[in-house]
Design a protein. Structure first.
Length: 451
């Protein structure tokens, strides 16, 4: 008989034909997990297995092993999954590593919750050399990854668990389309630098209740998150928006909102969570697909300004008329005059998706914003140099797709994933966020079944 152990919480079980049969001799000690006793010592409840093929002279124990069926007096048992973790001495490590492939093929898995019938490993690779803390990735799900016929209609039996299979992870279901394309946002507590993070997606549990937690998913500095998938609700629950005119359109990630007339706007009001976003350092990101340069050739992506020139507050817009043009313009109001900065000529193309981002600290008029397009820093031209103190936007409404008070700067095209963060994100974060929303950024392992 060969004994082996699996990593990530797999259990120590026999790997020959006796695995699962579960008969053991009382004299040799029966396995509490349903294996057979060895001639030199079996695996009992909390017992040890020595010189049993896996490692000569090594000791391997299952901490606190308790069988669902079977007994140390030689009774029969049935191999089953348990919650115990394999522990091994250093002498056993080489043999345990060598047995890993066999374990994955033949051992019972550690299964977080046996109410769920299936699971898959999902993985996201960090493209940068900086750790990402509290990073949220989109998990696109189709009939290739899920058996919709076996799921609850609203996806309430989806559950995400960390790679060690020990703790649940926060997630939000943006769209659940039976038989079609669904989208879930998953928060990784950490994605190591230049490495991958993995999690388990569990599914198919008729008794499960909805475990998603949007506010916890977006808890790492996010002030507001608008998926714009048929509505303008804020996933952080800070400031929901009201839609005028804009209709659902094909987004970069699931659906977005299509702004196609001069009166289309999302009015998200003025709430403390989104007021003065850049006062001490903030980040604004969005996916944009402009058809034209918008009303007056200065279509607004997002805006929290008092007027079309952002004398107070701020505005991010496309620019189709002022050199350098076919670019982005960012404005922020100050008491002595607003700051106005342009991106490079032709850095934005009509009819194409672009991920755009502004990182800015308005606490000092000498600070300059950092602008990104598709994860790459853009050189800026200063059109107006700010002076004086930052002008608060607390009395202005947040607008998406237009300037709320004037409605004279309508965006023409589709907007998706508008995010406001009261944190100055670094270049690695912006690049990873861009890459995470490209097709294929999240990969899936082979489906595993418990039942």
């Amino acid at each position: 008989m060969v004994l082996g152990a699996c990593r990530f919480g797999y259990e120590l079980l026999p790997l020959d034909e006796a695995a699962g049969a579960g008969s053991g001799a009382g004299d040799g000690g029966a396995t509490s997990q349903g294996g057979a006793g060895s001639s030199t010592g079996g695996v009992g409840a909390g017992g040890a297995a020595a010189t049993s093929g896996a490692a000569t002279g090594g000791t391997s124990t299952v901490a606190g092993a308790g069988a669902e069926a079977g007994a140390a007096d030689g009774g029969a048992g049935q191999a089953s999954c348990g919650d115990e973790l394999v522990q091994a001495t250093e002498e056993c490590e080489p043999a345990l590593a060598a047995a890993e492939d066999l374990c994955q093929a033949d051992c019972s898995y550690h299964w977080f919750d046996r109410g769920y019938a299936k699971r898959r490993r999902i993985t996201f690779a960090n493209p940068g050399a900086t750790e990402l803390v509290g990073f949220v990735v989109p998990v696109a799900l189709t009939a290739n990854e899920l058996d919709y016929a076996a799921l609850q209609p609203n996806g309430a039996d989806l559950l995400f668990v960390n790679e060690a299979d020990q703790a649940t992870l926060s997630f939000e279901i943006e769209a659940f389309v039976t038989g079609g394309a669904s989208l879930v946002w998953l928060r990784f507590p950490s994605v190591p630098a230049s490495a991958s993070a993995s999690a388990w997606l569990y599914s198919e549990n008729p008794a499960a209740t909805d475990a998603q937690a949007p506010a916890q998913t977006w808890s790492s500095g996010f002030a507001a998150v608008y998926h714009l998938n048929g509505d303008a609700n804020d996933s952080v629950a800070t400031s929901n928006g009201a839609i005028t005119g804009a209709v659902s359109g094909v987004g970069q990630v699931a659906s977005g909102l299509d702004f196609n007339s001069n009166d289309d706007v999302v009015d998200a009001g003025s709430a403390g969570g989104v007021d003065d976003l850049f006062a001490n350092g903030g980040t604004l990101t969005a996916w944009i697909r402009p058809r034209s340069w918008g009303e007056g050739t200065f279509g607004r992506v997002a805006d929290k300004a008092s007027d079309t020139m952002a004398a107070t507050g701020w505005a991010l817009q496309v620019d189709g008329g002022q050199a350098p043009n076919h670019a982005l313009i960012f404005e922020h109001g100050f008491s002595g005059g607003l700051g106005r900065w342009n991106g490079p000529d032709s850095s934005i193309a009509l009819g194409a998706w672009a991920h755009v981002a502004i990182v800015y600290d308005a606490s000092n008029a000498n600070n300059r914003p950092v602008m990104y397009v598709n994860g790459v820093v853009q050189g800026l031209t200063t059109l107006n140099t700010p002076s004086g103190a930052r002008a608060s936007d607390a009395t202005n409404n947040l607008g998406i797709g237009d300037q709320v008070s004037s409605k004279q700067r309508s965006f023409d095209g589709v907007l998706d994933e508008i995010r406001l963060e009261k944190a100055s994100r670094n270049a690695a974060w912006i690049h990873a966020e861009y890459r995470s929303m490209l097709p294929g950024a999240v990969t899936f392992g082979t489906e595993q079944s418990h039942r």
